[in-house]
Design a protein around this ligand. Structure first.
Ligand SMILES: *Cc1c(COP(=O)(O)O)cnc(C)c1O
Ligand SMILES: [Zn+2]
Length: 414
């Protein structure tokens, strides 16, 4: 152990609050001070350009950036289902008119193996679990993390346990967690209650926690940004817009942009816009008022962002500071109108993903996003994740929602 310390470590965990560092094999996933850990890489210890070139053709859109996310991961421990390489779509004329902007593209993370961006973090998290010889992984989830964890754990031959808030999970996601063979538990309450339970469980039985407090999840999710920027020939868009729930993704985007800028891959820093639902917007309040207060009773139909106590709020706030970003919140009505627009254009997404278009429309109206600016919205999940809300919307059966763009089922009887 002592001798190991003499070798310079390429990757270390560092507390974002007190800057204390830990070895990545120490078993710590949080700082003793209570702060969040992040992974810091020392890219001066090897030739980054050479290594990037070496992995360039990797069949995974995450691991092709391995030197930027987990340089020391042995190739034999990588658990991948070929995640990433998601497409970029131009918005239809109708969507541009709806949003009030001229230059909008969607990056569709619903095209990942289990249908959400969570796979990008999970391939890194599960590979790390394999590297460490872990037998059981756990997470709390609003649905997509559990679907992804269940798939990747089974694929790697590792046991998975997930804790979900009862009755607050979209059907497609619950179906995936069951189908892929995870131990599925539900708790009364909301995601935040499930999160508390899973932290207790991980401490109690030593299983490996794979929520986004796990810094490796964030490393994997950085590749959404690297892949996007590469596709744009490393010319930054003006804005990158992301739905914000537990704020892992917002944090990952900030970290990726910071690193891309420091490594001189980009010269301009895009502004991040983090979009929450009105009924679950503690981060918007933090960003506006400077004080973080959890929302005890978050309420939105966009279940993936129905979170009152987002774990990564401090990292995400730093991400907005660094990118001169903004946080905003939108009504469920506007989220579902926006979703109907995205769906109808032939692209499709789950409700939380449509918060992006809703946020763009609002920010354009407020004069914060200019109509001429280049905007990329991240569609975080697949349309089929939540089929119930789609059918209910088009039958105009959602409480307090006016189905403005309903496509009704008609009976054929003439
Ligand atoms: C997890 C998730 C989000 C929220 O991402 P955070 O990193 O928790 O902020 C948004 N949309 C979908 C589809 C998700 O699965
Ligand atoms: Zn600390």
């Amino acid at each position: 152990m002592m001798e190991q310390k003499c070798l310079p470590e390429v990757s270390i965990f560092k507390c974002v609050k007190c800057t204390k560092t830990y070895s990545i094999t120490s078993g710590h996933l949080g700082c003793l001070c209570g702060g969040l850990l992040e992974v810091n890489h020392d890219w001066t210890l090897f030739s980054l350009a050479e290594k990037l070139e070496h992995y360039k053709l990797h069949p995974s859109g995450v691991w092709r950036f391995k030197p930027l996310i987990h340089p020391e991961m042995p190739d034999k421990d990588i658990v991948t289902r070929g995640e990433g390489y998601t497409r970029l779509y131009s918005a239809s004329r109708r969507i541009l008119e709806f949003a009030g902007c001229n230059n909008l593209q969607f990056k569709h993370e619903g095209e990942n193996p289990t249908g959400s961006f969570k796979d990008r973090g999970m391939t890194v998290g599960i590979s790390e679990a394999k590297r460490l010889g872990i037998h059981t992984v756990v997470c709390a989830s609003t649905g997509n993390t559990s679907a992804s964890l269940a798939a990747y754990a089974s694929y790697a031959g590792i046991n998975a346990t997930v804790i979900l808030p009862k009755g607050k999970i979209a059907f497609g996601k619950l179906a995936q967690a069951l189908a892929y063979g995870a131990n599925v538990y539900t708790v009364e309450g909301i995601f935040d209650d499930a999160m508390q339970q899973v932290i207790d469980l991980a401490v109690k039985d030593g299983s490996y926690l794979l929520n986004s407090v796990n810094p490796w999840r964030i490393e994997g999710q950085k590749t959404i940004i690297f892949e996007l920027l590469e596709k744009l020939n490393w010319e930054s868009p003006d804005w990158i817009v992301v739905p914000a729930g537990n704020l892992g993704n917002t944090s990952a985007f900030g970290k990726a942009l910071n690193e891309a800028y420091k490594l001189e891959l980009i010269t301009e820093i895009p502004r991040l816009a983090a979009v929450q639902a009105k009924g679950a917007n503690p981060f918007v309040k933090l960003w506006k008022g400077g004080i973080f207060t959890p929302e005890p009773n978050p309420q939105t139909l966009a279940t993936a962002i129905n979170i009152g106590n987002p774990v990564s709020h401090s990292k995400a706030l730093e991400a907005l500071r660094f990118t001169k970003g903004v946080a905003t919140s939108v009504t469920d009505q506007l989220i579902l109108d926006s979703k109907a627009m995205i769906d109808r254009s032939g692209i499709g997404c789950e409700p939380a993903s449509a918060a992006t278009l809703a946020g763009i429309k609002k920010l354009v109206e407020e004069g914060i996003i200019l109509p001429s600016e280049k905007v990329v919205a991240i569609l975080t999940g697949h349309l089929l994740k939540d089929p119930q809300i789609v059918v209910d919307y088009h039958q105009n059966q959602l409480e307090n929602i006016e189905a403005k763009y309903a496509n009704r089922v008609k009976s054929y009887n003439n």
